[in-house]
Design a protein around this ligand. Sequence first.
Ligand code: FDA
Length: 384
Amino acid sequence: FSMSDLLVVGSGFFGLTIAERAAHAGRKVTVIERRSHIGGNAYSEIEPTTGIEVHRYGAHLFHTSNEAVWDYVNRFTTFTNYTHRVYSTHAGRVFALPVNLHTINQFFDAAYTPDEARALIREQAGEYNVASARNFYEKGIALVGRPLFEAFFAHYTAKQWQTSPEKLPGDIVSRLPVRYNYDNRYFNDTYEGLPTDGYTAWIERMADHPNIEVRLNTDFFDSTQPWNKESAVGQVPVVYTGPVDRYFDYSEGALSWRTLDFEQEILPVRDFQGTPVMNYPDADVPYTRIHEFKHFHPERATAHSADQTVIMREFSRFADRDDEPYYPVNTSDDRAALLSYRQRAVAEPKVYFGGRLGTYKYLDMHMAIGSALTLWRNELVDSL
Ligand code: FDA
């Protein structure tokens, strides 16, 4: 390890931000990555027959209100002016999302003002009480009323969890988004856009530094390769962005995750759905949404196949140990195990746990980058 000042495990945005900052400050960094590519779940590639950029691990939309993160990411890429909007096909009709005044007026075939809509939803929500609701079903009705809840939230959420709404705990939601105006922007951050040359170009620029060595297809727990847990910990500072339970051999129990299955199809049509993301909230459709990637980059129209398109259906379920962990389930058992893992983590010599998997927290990209910048500034910059 004499050649490296730092070992980074995992090349997602958290690991790459640490590696880039350390390299920039003159330290030598080795990044090991289990997969055959860098970038973690933000990785994308051009589908070769159509020229359309496909987000391999699900659609990634960049948005942030954090000035420091926005300045930082702009060192590596420019962003398009893409603004995310989502629609929903329910009972054979298309509605605007997030549920807003347009959705409400479409749904009730009315022309309510904001106050009229608010009064209606308040009345419909009176069927149950938020405080005494016994499950997700009752809580959802108490929040937005039965008609909207059953149409847009109940079965969509049930499909995400593969569990019926009555069996889901109420605490998976504290609120459900309803807007009493016509604003259908999905995110309300100051900055939003997609990387102009794609995610992979952005990610590669972060790793492109003479002080950074990247080793792909290299698992930290594979003791046959030189950069593994046994040989590295205690010898060199380690930033670990893999699953925290895996690091400790699941000694406190396996943390539970949801995963997604994606079904990609190339269709011989110019435009399949007219929009990037269509949600399917009904119980009789097995998938939760369909992505059509060409619509993320309308400015690339001439580079895209004119008479073909790429769509991806998304299915959701609980993850087994061999599945990709995507969203923490966060049961009370999970929270208890996480506390024990955190105690064990502080006792590890110079090992810094970070990122989505290392902290068992859903993080958007800007949050992963922001927390890596903080770790660098507060702990690593002076100790390496
Ligand atoms: P990330 O998971 O990206 O990287 C961890 C890396 O560590 C992986 O490459 C993994 O292979 C590697 N690794 C794990 N164990 C290892 C081992 N033992 N040895 C070596 N390497 C190992 N965010 C957003 O802002 N907008 C969005 O629209 C979306 N959309 C979205 C959709 C889906 C389906 C998911 C799952 C996530 C998003 N995100 C998102 C979140 C985004 O993907 C997330 O912020 C980043 O992936 C976080 O980066 P990390 O580096 O923390 O983890």
